[in-house]
Design a protein around this ligand. Sequence first.
Ligand code: HEM
Length: 506
Amino acid sequence: MWMTTLFLFVLFLVLVWAYSRHCYSYWTKRGVPSFPRPLPVLGHVSYMMSKKTPRWEYVDEMYKKHGGSTFCGLYEFFKPLLMIGDPELAKLILIKDFDHFVDRRNFTFTTDTDDVANHFLTNATGSHWKGIRSVLSPSFTSGRMKGMFPLVADKAEKLVDYLKKQRKEKDSSTFLLKKTFGLYTLEVIASCAFGMESGTMDNEDSIFNQKVAALVNVRPLRLMKLMLFFFAPKFCQLLGLTFVQEEMFFFVDVVKEAIAQREAGLYRGDFLDLMLEARENLEDPTSKTPKYPLTEMIIVANSVLFILAGFDTTATTLSFVAFLLAKNPEAQEKLREELRGLIKEHGELNYQGIMGAKYLEACFSETLRLYSPAHVTERQCTKEYKLPGTELVIPREMVVSIPIHSIHHDERFWPEPEEFRPERFLPENKDDIKTGTYLPFGLGPRNCIGMRFAQMEAKLIIAKILLNFELSCAPGFEQMQFNTDPGIMRPSNEFEVAFKPLVQSE
Ligand code: HEM
């Protein structure tokens, strides 16, 4: 009996190995380089999930050594994936031939519980995505951002007070970057998405904070579950598996309650109001608003999404800015001078001043070049595509990835790429930047919808902090240390910077 079991087990292993070999010949047959050797069943997923080497470093090695700077092939389990490193080809995919690459990696959620996720702008596909995006886009114009500026300024003031108070209370000038900026970005986005006073700076263990932390911290097991939805959607449907966590429904309820209040007459000028306004305009035949039915589910889903997409990315970016300014005191002082000039000119930090400040823009952009939280972006092929200038045909449903981090660190586009040089982004040098080589917010019709909002929110708090504190590296934190959990590129949770009050702000 045990001989039969052993035989069947060995046979199973041989079949799995043979099937893996068959699948992993896809790129060789097409003359596309692929490296390193994929592991049976897992393909390259095992390298991508390694806690030892961050994903972007692994991708970078491939980009540099194995043809990634044009394109190269990978395997996720048994599926081939194409990585495009050449900015010219990336531009074709993201902009010119976008109609072949409308979707991101498509996760099919079929249960009622998960329906909310099908309406997230990040996940919606085809004409549904196009419709939602066209109605939401007008909420992110500079005019709308200017209208929201006072809501953000209120929170920026609160963070400066928090830092001063904490310094005195804990008698230490060092602050955990991710935690500190997370308190700010969470309050900002909760206020601007749907008018919720999350109170995270007053109570760091608030229920709101805990729920968001549970949603944005992607544990490896959860990532595996998400992958199952991508690679075996039918299997998930058969078992009735659900993906959306119960924490999500806390926010769904909050937004539904906020909608009820708005319908009763409350108005704050936040994203929720703008979406409800857009819905009203749909009824008006004279309005120029794009026509796509904004159901309550779409409004709720995207209000919650703004928190998920905007909170961690912006807090992470701010952590990187603070570290780089601490490490580069000359740039920090130059920026402080510019900001003092703004106050002299405008009497205060207003929207025009912040958004027009050239050195502030340069420091912010150079930080995102060096440390791009979204170190990679993806598109899924929606219509077969022959890659121009090559014989390679990208079939429908294949995922194409663009290694943002590697392109940002390629010395062909960025001389001395590891140096922090904000001057690269000053107006007189901006023409030297080739389109397709700078992608912290992605590119093309499906780029980051929240870019302007993130810029305003981040630049304002950087300005407020520099006018009140001098930043310097905390002992033991002179080099960046990353968090290697799945998801975006982040500093480690323990990473600190020292905030010393400037004499005039004491
Ligand atoms: C510094 C902060 C941020 C960074 C670095 C960032 C980066 C990105 C990137 C790289 C993408 C993918 C673009 C592409 O595939 O071409 C993206 C998409 C997106 N981002 Fe952001 N983001 C930030 C802040 C925000 C904020 C504050 C919001 C919301 C208020 C937001 C909402 C979104 C949404 C909804 C999408 C999906 C757009 C679509 O599929 O149409 N992001 N972001």
